[in-house]
Design a protein around this ligand. Structure first.
Ligand code: A2P
Length: 273
């Protein structure tokens, strides 16, 4: 049994989704998506720039799970934002996915021209081909500018968040605005050091859970949508096996204490891609 969150436009999203950043196109992505759907995931998070939308679509079809039972997210890349290609880029993503709608379409980064891109996303939303629209890597000031200038609120802001960089102030601000938050690099990212932290395995031992499961549970209990990435079927299954235990307040506080305040990924106010 998974938990879901109802976004501000009424769309229901499973709280744990499979992330496929740095999952190579082809068999690796097809297998990760089918393993996830067979394990009970009903939420896949991709992006044009991950270059694996075609394989995500293939995995969905191969799984036999009904398309309407799956929550699919993709994202508008920076070059397309700058080139004002929002609507065309969206069509291209649908084509690669082999779908006639996505559940959520996001502005990937606040690149120059994101304000115009938001107009494109609103038109796409009005057409029904994205059931919800939102943003990613928006700081508080970006959200404030957007909220002041648009009637349609973003349903989500997808941002870097993990025990090492909790990003809690931004999460709290988004929640006050009825914007849900999705965490990328929720386990500390590819090649990260977080999962080797003995504090996490010690907490996990009390519940019979791994460090990764403790971290995913921590995200769930603070009300965040969490998008763990793995290319290994066993880990993919493990990462969804987090609904049969609850971290105590003391253990939540112990995970909170890991925060270094330093990002692993790019700074949304200073990126060059
Ligand atoms: P792999 O894909 O080889 O399984 P994030 O979601 O923060 O981006 O982190 C993903 C990283 O954590 C990847 O390197 C992934 O490696 C690894 N990972 C994902 N799930 C687990 C798990 N349950 N146990 C250990 N490592 C994991």
């Amino acid at each position: 049994i998974q938990s879901t969150i109802t976004l501000n436009n009424g769309t229901v999203i499973p709280q744990v989704g499979l992330g496929v950043f740095r999952t190579p196109d082809g068999d690796t992505t097809v297998n990760a998506v089918t393993a996830a759907l067979e394990a009970g995931y009903r939420h896949i998070d991709t992006a044009m720039i991950y270059r694996n939308e075609t394989s995500v679509g293939e995995g969905i079809r191969r799984s036999g799970v009904l398309r309407d039972d799956i929550f699919v997210t993709t994202k508008l890349w920076n070059d397309d934002i700058r080139a004002r290609r929002g609507q065309d880029a969206f069509e291209e993503s649908l084509e690669r996915l082999g779908l006639d709608y996505v559940n959520l379409y996001l502005i990937h980064w606040p690149a120059d021209g994101w304000q115009q891109a938001w107009d494109d996303l609103q038109a796409i939303y009005a057409s029904g081909r994205a059931k919800a629209i939102g943003v990613s890597n928006f700081q508080r000031h970006h959200l404030e500018e957007l909220l002041a200038n648009s009637d349609v609120k973003p349903a989500v802001d997808q941002i870097e968040s993990s025990p090492q960089f909790a990003n809690q102030e931004l999460i709290d601000f988004a929640h006050t605005q009825d914007i849900d938050v999705e965490a990328w690099s929720p386990l500390g990212g590819t090649g990260g050091t977080l999962l080797a932290d003995p504090r996490l395995s010690e907490i996990g031992a009390k519940y019979g859970k791994s460090a990764a499961q403790v971290v995913i549970r921590w995200h769930i209990q603070r009300g965040v949508i969490v998008l763990p990435k793995s290319t290994h079927a066993e880990r993919i299954r493990q990462n969804l096996d987090v609904f049969d235990f609850q971290l105590s307040d003391a253990d939540m506080a112990a995970v909170n204490a890991i925060d270094t305040g330093r990002r692993n990924g790019a700074d949304p106010d200073d990126f060059d891609f």
